[in-house]
Design a protein around this ligand. Structure first.
Ligand SMILES: C[S@@+](CC[C@H](N)C(=O)[O-])C[C@H]1O[C@@H](n2cnc3c(N)ncnc32)[C@H](O)[C@@H]1O
Length: 279
């Protein structure tokens, strides 16, 4: 599958304007590159897939979407969720794309990018070893990164529509073809009740903003996180911009409720916009 955004399309248009007959382009949002032929009416990929110049110009002019390219067609990667009435779309950056949930990016993109954002979350609880619980799959970046050093990762996603977008994202491939990752569908709040005590060495809790999933910030849920974590196990909890008023307020409440749930060494970890804690 070929996925393009304006980041890949613009240099191809420039190569054509410069009179080139070939150009190097990434068919997977920057992960790898191939050489495409620049024909009078279209570009042609090494596998024979093609796209007309008008369609490529449309991609180049759109800074808000990624496009799945078929034979001669380019479709915006956007999925409407019947389950939650939310719209999920793949939003390009110069690095890994993020997903917009009804317009809100699910990774940091100001002054950083989704890949760096993911690495910071993982660093907060490194070394990420043993059994890992990832409470909010999204594009699977935290699950994929954790799986590089962990024995196994269980990741939970509420909305199948989010996974539909992830399936079309080249940067999410590891989520679907890595046997070290098990995907569960459901509300983490409910799913966690079925997980055994003291199972995980690390927990990555990267929920949507408080306003969209208040129960995932509740003392009741934190008590469950505590229960499934092994002794000396560590938790990273994404909270939001520590400089913003809402981030500060949310962080205060999170710190208090994590302590009340039994966690020790609970402290802010501003580099990753979150909080870390130990059992
Ligand atoms: C901030 S994103 C997670 C990003 C992810 N860690 C990554 O690296 O790509 C939050 C995700 O949690 C999902 N979600 C929302 N409510 C949830 C719930 N109650 N249980 C599980 N997942 C939930 C959203 O659909 C969204 O995909």
């Amino acid at each position: 599958m070929i996925v393009l955004s304006h980041v890949q399309a613009r240099p191809v248009l420039a190569a054509r304007e410069a009179g080139g007959v070939r150009a190097e382009v990434s068919p997977d949002l920057g992960l790898t590159t191939v050489i495409v032929g620049l024909e009078p009416d279209r570009i042609r990929f090494p596998g024979g897939e093609w796209l007309g110049w008008d369609a490529l110009a449309e991609i180049a002019a759109n800074e808000g979407n990624c496009f799945a390219v078929g034979d001669g067609t380019a479709q915006k990667i956007v999925v409407f969720s019947e389950a939650t009435n939310r719209v999920y779309s793949l939003f390009p950056t110069a690095s890994a794309p993020t997903m917009l949930v009804s317009g809100i990016p699910m990774h940091r993109i100001k002054g950083t990018d989704p890949h760096q954002d993911t690495l910071e979350k993982i660093r907060a609880i490194q070394p990420v070893v043993g059994q890992v619980l990832d409470t909010a799959t999204g594009l699977g970046y935290t699950a994929i990164e954790a799986s590089k050093t962990a024995e196994h990762v269980i990741t939970i996603e509420l909305d199948p529509a989010a996974l539909e977008v992830a399936r079309l994202n080249p940067w999410s491939r590891g989520l679907f073809d890595n046997p070290k990752i098990t995907q569960l569908i459901g509300d983490s709040f409910d799913v966690i009740e079925r997980l055994p005590d003291e199972t995980f060495t690390r927990i990555i809790h990267d929920p949507p903003v408080l306003g969209l999933a208040g129960h995932l910030y509740s003392g009741e849920f934190y008590a469950e996180l505590y229960r499934v974590l092994r002794r000396r196990g560590r938790l990273f909890h994404y909270v939001g911009d520590p400089e913003s008023k809402s981030g500060q307020n949310t962080t205060r409440g999170v710190l208090r409720r994590l302590q009340a749930a039994g966690f020790a060494r609970v402290h802010p970890y501003p580099r990753a916009f979150g909080v870390v804690a130990v059992k």
